[in-house]
Design a protein around this ligand. Structure first.
Ligand code: PXL
Length: 273
């Protein structure tokens, strides 16, 4: 390993490409870069929204062998003393999940940050039940940190309703109890009120992270960037709580600086902070 004075922390994201650049691997890499972390991608799938069909998802998985090949190259180049932090974004199929699960289990990671993407914006809930179940069964138990959004918190906690901060706290505790992973449960624009509230729980500390909402519409890439920022901060050696606080601050800035386009959603811009 060549060491230089300018030796950055390194983080890997296993994520999909979102062609318009707001979400997925593109958001992760921009976040890593902005936070001073050398970013690496293993691409799991390619999403190209369809402007002719109401911007619905077109989704193509990367072949399982090609996912394995990427991870083989990455983990051979960067041993655990250099690369100990991985962020997992959209995987998309049970076969991809099995492939990633096996690769994860084949070496020690200090930080496995899971953004448990169950469905993408625009997909029907329940459309991919086998994928959701595989993610819960094969990836969640390997996660050290998980960042569910409102829908994912309902699914992972088994609760029927999360409409208050108290219920979001209960969800975070239930997800921790079920997974053993530190939880940052995101209320986002889904809870009523003027604050965007997230709940952190690591088995002992329960903390509400709050910042004024920036509009009432979800911005593309916010969830990806939050989990990537958590991973970047952990890779640099931050504690889980400090990583969560820094990530919340970073994403709030990125939402404030969001970029509009001819797509019907804005994209976060990480470059302004
Ligand atoms: O925001 C979730 C997400 C993650 N990864 C990819 C996506 C999306 C949503 O569009 O396309 C590749």
């Amino acid at each position: 390993m060549t060491s230089t004075q300018n030796n950055p922390a390194i983080a890997l994201t296993i994520a999909g490409s979102e062609a318009t650049g707001g979400a997925g691997a593109q958001a992760d890499l921009k976040t890593f870069q902005q936070l001073g972390v050398f970013g690496i991608v293993a691409l799991s799938c390619i999403v190209s929204f369809d402007p002719k069909q109401n911007w619905n998802h077109r989704f193509v998985p990367v072949e399982a062998q090609v996912i394995s090949d990427q991870l083989e190259a990455i983990t051979a180049a960067y041993q655990p003393d250099q690369l100990d932090t991985v962020k997992i974004g959209m995987l998309g199929t049970p076969l991809t999940i099995a492939t990633v699960s096996e690769a994860l289990a084949s070496r020690d990671w200090k930080n496995v940050v899971l953004d448990p993407v169950l469905i993408c914006k625009g997909q029907e809930p329940g459309a991919a039940l086998d994928t959701d179940q595989a993610l819960k069964r094969e990836i969640l138990p390997q996660a050290s940190f998980v960042t569910p959004n409102h829908f994912e918190s309902l699914s992972l906690s088994g609760m029927d309703e999360i409409s208050s901060v108290g219920q979001l706290k209960e969800a975070a505790q239930r997800i921790y109890d079920a997974s053993g992973a530190t939880v940052l449960a995101k209320g986002g624009v889904r809870l009523v009120g003027s604050e965007a509230v997230d709940v952190f729980y690591d088995g002992s500390v329960l903390e509400v992270l709050s910042s004024p909402k920036v509009g009432d519409v979800a911005v593309s890439g916010a969830g990806c960037s939050l989990a990537a920022a958590v991973a970047a901060e952990l890779a640099k050696g931050a504690s889980a709580l400090d990583a969560a606080r820094a990530a919340k601050h970073f994403v709030t800035q990125a939402i404030r600086s969001r970029l509009g386009s001819h797509a019907p959603f804005d994209a976060v811009w990480q470059g302004a902070s």
